[in-house]
Design a protein around this ligand. Structure first.
Ligand code: NAD
Length: 342
């Protein structure tokens, strides 16, 4: 079966998802929804994606010479499943339309958890999404925390997690967000929303998070402290993280010591748009004291949720009922690395 996928909202996340879907042999794109006839729309069209828009925007597209295949409702009708990658809060408004058309939908982390039946991370709870109609792939920061907690939980058991999230102020293309010169506690009063969000995927975890927004655009950085059920050495932890899908461990001895070197690496290996789908752990930051562990890792906010969205399609459409088979398939076709290759 080849699943027909519609992408509603062709922005930072939507454009990456459209390309990721086309790389998978068991799914195809029926169209992407765009609201503005800008360079993104021209590239989408050149890449062979049929563009749909709202009725009041058709004329604008026609004036710019960009072909329109129809209105968003037409696109939804033609799809088996919709990935909603509209700005946070819009997805909940679209849900009625998806329901009216009898279509399944995947929402993103900007939506409230109650928009969907399941908040999803492929490593943690693939099974819960099997056959479901509405699934929410959690945000970039929550996805990274879930992958890391999953790895520690499987290997050593986790008593508690305390994490500080240094958030990027804006995505690279966003000119209206900040700060330009400030570090902003987000929020000042703890905890940040990330801990409760992780609990929507891993309900039994004891987690508290704080967050600070920093004037950078390329990646988030997490400083995490875990108390484990049993003690573990740095070598054991390094090994477990290396063996966990979608986590890569980078060594300082090769020059990996900042978000800048990680992005440069992704550019040098010609990852599309320098996308890093994997959680990028600074291996040398792993520090142990009995049952306690500290580590730091980076999160490419624009790319990390892409593989999980693909897995959510397979689970919801029941074309693959085994989590690790889907993860393997997604990662193979997307080019996700199993280990950091030297
Ligand atoms: P974006 O603003 O880059 O893209 C959203 C797209 O949707 C834009 O192309 C916009 O024109 C379009 N759009 C706006 N209103 C629409 C409507 N009514 N109908 C159809 N299309 C509409 O946003 P994004 O960063 O891609 O975020 C999308 C979702 O993904 C949000 O829930 C966000 O929280 C989540 N997310 C974002 C990131 C990130 O770092 N950018 C990471 C993970 C998850």
């Amino acid at each position: 079966m080849v699943v027909k996928v519609a992408i509603n909202g062709y922005g930072t996340i939507g454009k990456r998802l459209a390309e990721a879907v086309t790389k998978q042999p068991d799914m195809e794109i029926v169209g992407v929804a765009k609201m503005t006839p800008n360079y993104d729309a021209i590239i989408a069209s050149k890449n062979g994606f049929r563009i749909f828009t709202s009725p009041d925007r058709i004329q604008k597209f026609e004036e710019t010479g960009i072909d329109i295949a129809g209105v968003i409702e037409d696109m939804i009708e033609q799809a088996d499943i919709v990935i909603d990658a509209t700005p946070g809060g819009q997805g909940a408004k679209y849900k009625e339309l998806y329901m009216a058309k009898g279509k399944k939908a995947i929402f993103q982390g900007g939506e409230k958890a109650n928009v969907a039946e399941v908040s999803f991370n492929a490593l943690c709870n693939y099974d819960k999404a099997i056959g479901k109609s509405f699934v929410r792939v959690v945000s970039c920061n929550t996805t990274a925390l879930c992958r890391i907690i999953y790895a520690f939980k499987q290997a050593f058991g986790v008593k508690k997690v305390r994490a500080t999230i240094v958030r990027r102020g804006a995505d690279p293309h966003e000119i209206k967000r900040g700060p330009i010169e400030a570090l902003v506690p987000n929020p000042v009063k703890l905890p940040s929303h990330h801990g409760p969000d992780v609990k929507t995927v891993i309900p039994d975890v004891d987690i508290t998070t704080s967050a600070v927004i920093a004037p950078t655009t390329r990646m988030h950085l997490h400083v995490v402290n875990l108390e484990l059920e049993k003690s573990a050495s740095r070598e054991e932890i390094w090994d477990v993280l290396e063996k966990t899908p979608r986590i890569l461990v980078f060594s300082e001895k090769y020059g990996f010591n900042s978000t800048a070197s990680l992005i440069e690496w992704a550019r040098d290996i010609l990852r599309p748009r320098y996308d890093i789908y994997e959680v990028a752990v600074f291996g040398d930051s792993i520090t142990c004291d009995g049952n306690e562990v500290w580590l730091m890792y980076c999160v490419h906010q624009e790319a990390i949720v892409v593989p999980d969205n693909i897995d959510a399609i397979r689970a919801m459409m029941e074309i693959e009922t085994e989590a690790f088979k889907s993860i393997e398939k997604t990662d193979k076709h997307l080019g996700v690395f199993k280990r950091w290759p030297i």
